[in-house]
Structures are given as structure tokens and as C-alpha cells.
Design a protein around this ligand. Structure first.
Ligand code: SF4
Length: 327
């Protein structure tokens, strides 16, 4: 690991100023991904700005929304009364991620910023455009079982690993950030980027911008929800495919739906076309299958992840059935 300075400011402004002025400085909170990256020499910050002293831990109601502080721990957030009552889909997604130990260290802000688990990214002997732009993508012609089927580019086919972010995408979250130019709100759909020609740039955060909180607007998705995660083993594994499904039902008819997938793209993959199709339809397996077929249009697999083309629609149907309580 490289040598680095460590500072722990008590005010957001001081933290933001330090990271803005020092090109080599990075924020650290739970450190559950960043320390791994540093130990392997994948990132080499010369200054770590520990933000754990900042007052960003609260989960509270704010103008009808639920505001979750960036430093709220994943485990605490999953068990929070307000989150369980208003956004149980988020709670399910959080509990599907990592292990209990990691959930008790990892923060909500850090979860959004975690890096891909593409094995080529983590092996500094192998080519990776994300780690070292211009070196090529080892996964493109290599072992790509875990990789994307939507939104990839010839520069990178990695997927975003967060479960929490899939639920936040489905629930129309907004990210509150503060930076050298002041505060701003970023719709969750615009927070993460597709790889394009610059896979090393993963979010639309500017240098020095600090995540303060996430807002979840009031919605009717408090009952008929399901987060389905398909993975190689039951615990502490990243998703091959996941589906966040939320339905607002009027008897056996669907008033509206929210759907997003994980494990399929460089960012949480919202399925708006399928959502629009579901609105006004009966909550039946036939409807869900049609929605799943719509959702998978445009999917393109690689040599080792072709199974996702079949697993994807089946997972969507199962998540919707579970959400609707359809046998
Ligand atoms: Fe690197 Fe992306 Fe290719 Fe993986 S898929 S090797 S992260 S460029």
C-alpha cells in the first residue's frame, strides 16, 4: 500500500476544500471497498479525508421524503423504522448485499460509489481500461460470466455491484451533494454513468463533491415489493442478476409499477418501458412475461454470460410474481 496522509475534518466545508484542492486526496467513510483497492495498488491516494465526524448519519422525514444521511450504515438503514415502513424495497435490497459485518461498516454514500468487481480490474497485471485507460479490456475477449448485457461499450463491459443502488433507482431517489460550487441535487438515474469511451469515470460527481444524503420521495410501493437476487451462493456474493420490483395494485390490477435490474449494466438498469407496459394490466404471469420480454429488448451477451439472456426475463417474472403474491 502507498504511504498517505490522514485527516479527519469536523466540517463538510473543510473536507470538500481538501479534496478539491488536492488532486491525490479521496474521501473515506466505511472503507469497505476503498481499503481493498488501496491494498492492491489499484488506487493510490496520497491523502485520505475521513468524513466519519461529519453529521451525516440521520434518517429522517424531510418535506414528505425520507432523507437518508450519506453516513448511515447499510445495516442500520435496512432496519430503520421509517425505511421499513415507507421503503421496504430498499431494506430488502440492503439485506441482500454483502455480509452482516460489512453492512455494519459500509455507508449509504459509499455503497453507491463502490467499484465494479470485474476480476481484470482487480489484477494489476491484466489490461483494464477502467483501472488504466488505454490498456484495453481484458474481459471483452476473456472470462466474462459476471459482465454486462446492457449499455456496455467496446471499452468496458463491467457491471455495477451495488444491490442498494438497484432499489434506489427503482424508487426514484435523488442524491444531495455539496461541492466547491455549492449544493446540488442529482436524480439517481443521472448519478452513475455508462462506460462509453471513459469507463474510469463512473459517476457524474465533480472533483471535491461530497454526498450528503439520499432522498426517497413518498410513493405507494409499501406492500407489493420484492428484491430478487440470483447469485452463486446464498450469502456474501455479488448478483449474477437482481431485480427490484414494486407494484401498486388495485385488487388484481396494476395501477403502476417500478422495476430495475442489477448485475446487467455499468449502472443500475431501470426498466421504464416494462413499467409503462404494466400500468393498467392485470397482475398475472402472462402480463409479467410480456413485460419481461420488453425489458430484455436490446440485450447483448458475450461468450460466457449468454445465460443472462434467459435468466434475466425469468428473474423479472419471478420478482413480479413475488411482489404481487401470485403463485
Ligand atoms: Fe476493466 Fe471494464 Fe474491461 Fe473489466 S470490463 S477489464 S473493468 S475495462
Amino acid at each position: 500500500m502507498n504511504q498517505f496522509q490522514y485527516v479527519q475534518p469536523a466540517k463538510s466545508k473543510a473536507a470538500i476544500d481538501t479534496v478539491t484542492k488536492d488532486q491525490t486526496a479521496m474521501f473515506i467513510a466505511g472503507g469497505t471497498n476503498l481499503l481493498d483497492l488501496m491494498k492492491r495498488g489499484i488506487v493510490t491516494p496520497e491523502k485520505l479525508v475521513d468524513i466519519n465526524k461529519l453529521p451525516l448519519k440521520k434518517i429522517q422525514k424531510e418535506n414528505g421524503a425520507v432523507r437518508i444521511g450519506a453516513l448511515a450504515l447499510n445495516g442500520e438503514t435496512a432496519e430503520d423504522k421509517l425505511v421499513l415502513e415507507k421503503h421496504p424495497l430498499l431494506s430488502q435490497a440492503l439485506n441482500a448485499g454483502a455480509s452482516a459485518q460489512l453492512r455494519n461498516m459500509a455507508t449509504v454514500g459509499g455503497n453507491m460509489l463502490q467499484r465494479t468487481r470485474c476480476p481484470y480490474f482487480y489484477d494489476t497485471a491484466l489490461p483494464c481500461n477502467k483501472r488504466e485507460p488505454g490498456t484495453g479490456c481484458g474481459a471483452l475477449e476473456g472470462y466474462n460470466r459476471m459482465h454486462a448485457i446492457f449499455g456496455h461499450s467496446e471499452k468496458c463491459i463491467a457491471v455495477h455491484p451495488s444491490d442498494m443502488s438497484v432499489a434506489l433507482a427503482a424508487l426514484d431517489a435523488t442524491v444531495l451533494v455539496s461541492g466547491p460550487k455549492g449544493d446540488r441535487k442529482i436524480p439517481f438515474a443521472d448519478f452513475h454513468r455508462l462506460p462509453g469511451d471513459t469507463p474510469h469515470i463512473e459517476t457524474n460527481l465533480q472533483k471535491g463533491e461530497l454526498i450528503l444524503a439520499v432522498d426517497l420521495p413518498e410513493n405507494p410501493y409499501t406492500k407489493n415489493i420484492h428484491y430478487l437476487k440470483i447469485r452463486d451462493r446464498a450469502s456474501y456474493a455479488f448478483a449474477l442478476i437482481s431485480v427490484a420490483a414494486a407494484l401498486d395494485l388495485d385488487g388484481s390490477n396494476i395501477r403502476s409499477a417500478r422495476l430495475a435490474m442489477g448485475g446487467v449494466a455499468h449502472k443500475p438498469w431501470r426498466l421504464t418501458e416494462a413499467e409503462n407496459f404494466l400500468a393498467g394490466k392485470p397482475a398475472t404471469e402472462t402480463t409479467f412475461r410480456q413485460a419481461a420480454d420488453l425489458a430484455m429488448r436490446g440485450a447483448k451477451a458475450f461468450e460466457h454470460n449468454k445465460f443472462k439472456l434467459k435468466l434475466g426475463p425469468n428473474a423479472i417474472v419471478q420478482a413480479l410474481k413475488n411482489a404481487a403474491g401470485v403463485a
